[in-house]
Design a protein around this ligand. Structure first.
Ligand SMILES: Nc1ncnc2c1ncn2[C@@H]1O[C@H](COP(=O)(O)OP(=O)(O)OP(=O)(O)O)[C@@H](O)[C@H]1O
Length: 255
C-alpha cells in the first residue's frame, strides 16, 4: 500500500488551557476525497492548521508524504475560510493567484519567473476565470472570488488540497459547479474538505470523519448515526438516501 499523503498520529492540541484536539489519528491517501464534518468549535480548522504546520500540537506527529517540515508541506494547497480574506485590498485576480507561488521561490530577492507565470495562467484557466484575470478582486462576485482563492491554492501544484468550508457564501448552483470542479481536481490530487454541507457527501466524497475534539473516522463515505451522535453529543436523525440529504438534531434541555 502506498504511504498516506497525510498521516496524523496521536495529535493533541491545547489552547489557553483547553484541550481542542485529543488523540486524533487520520490517514489521507492519494485517491481520497475526505470530508471532515462536526459541530462549531469542534476543532476542524485547528486540525487543518496542525496539518499545515501553522500550529504546533502539544504532542503527536504529522507527516506529509512520509516527511515532516516545511519542504514536505509544500505539497499542500490550502483554501482558508472565505471570511479570512480581505477582498477590498487593491489587487488584480492574476496578482492574487500568483501570490500562491511565493512559498515556492527560494532565491532572493523574490521575483516571479516563467514557471510561476505559466502555472498562474494554467490555474486561472482550470478555474474558468482567465477572462477575469485583470479585474480587481474586490469587483468579483462571491463565487468568482471563491474560484480565485482556489486557483491561488493550485499554483503550487499541490498533492493535497485542503479546503475550509468553501461553499458557505455561494448559492446552490454555484456550489454545484464548485463540486464538479473538485471532482475534476481529484484526478490530480487528494482533497480534504471541512464542511457543514452534509448533503454533498454521498455524491462526491469517498471517506468521511466527524470531529468534536476527538475524530470519529469511517472507511467509506457513509455517515453513521453512531458517528454523528458521538461527535455532536446529541441524538441525530439522518436521512441518508433521497435528495436533499439532511441532518436533524434534537437537543435535550440540559444541552
Ligand atoms: N488561538 C486560539 N486560542 C484559543 N482558543 C482557540 C484558538 N483557536 C481556536 N480556539 C478554540 O478551539 C476550538 C476549536 O476551534 P476551531 O476553529 O478549530 O473549530 P471549528 O470546528 O473549525 O469550528 P467552526 O465549525 O465554527 O468553524 C474553539 O473552541 C475555539 O474557540
Amino acid at each position: 500500500m502506498t504511504i498516506p499523503v497525510i498521516e496524523v498520529e496521536d495529535v493533541r492540541v491545547r489552547l489557553r488551557g483547553h484541550t481542542v484536539l485529543e488523540d486524533v489519528n487520520l490517514a489521507v491517501h492519494q485517491d481520497d476525497f475526505y470530508a471532515i464534518i462536526g459541530p462549531n468549535g469542534g476543532g476542524k480548522t485547528t486540525l487543518l492548521k496542525v496539518i499545515l504546520g501553522l500550529l504546533q500540537p502539544s504532542c503527536g506527529t504529522v507527516r506529509i508524504l512520509g516527511g515532516t517540515g516545511a519542504a514536505a508541506r509544500k505539497e499542500l494547497g490550502y483554501v482558508p475560510q472565505f471570511r479570512t480574506f480581505d477582498f477590498e485590498y487593491p489587487i488584480t485576480v492574476r496578482e492574487m493567484v500568483i501570490s500562491g507561488r511565493l512559498g515556492h521561490i527560494t532565491r532572493f530577492p523574490r521575483r516571479y519567473g516563467a514557471e510561476d507565470h505559466a502555472r498562474t495562467e494554467e490555474a486561472l484557466r482550470m478555474m474558468g476565470i482567465a477572462d477575469l484575470a485583470d479585474r480587481q478582486i474586490r469587483d468579483l462576485s462571491g463565487g468568482e472570488q471563491q474560484r480565485a482563492i482556489i486557483a491561488r491554492a493550485l499554483v503550487g501544484d499541490p498533492k493535497v488540497l485542503l479546503l475550509d468550508e468553501p461553499t458557505v457564501y455561494v448559492d446552490a448552483p454555484t456550489a454545484a459547479q464548485f463540486y464538479s470542479i473538485l471532482d475534476r481536481l481529484r484526478e490530480r490530487m487528494a482533497i480534504v474538505l471541512v464542511t457543514h454541507d452534509i448533503g454533498v457527501i454521498p455524491e462526491h466524497v469517498t471517506r468521511v470523519a466527524c470531529l468534536n475534539r476527538r475524530l470519529y473516522t469511517h472507511d467509506t463515505n457513509e455517515i453513521t448515526p453512531d458517528m454523528l451522535e458521538a461527535a455532536y453529543h446529541c441524538p441525530v436523525d439522518l436521512i441518508a438516501h433521497g435528495v436533499p440529504h439532511r441532518v436533524f438534531s434534537e437537543h435535550t434541555e440540559e444541552e
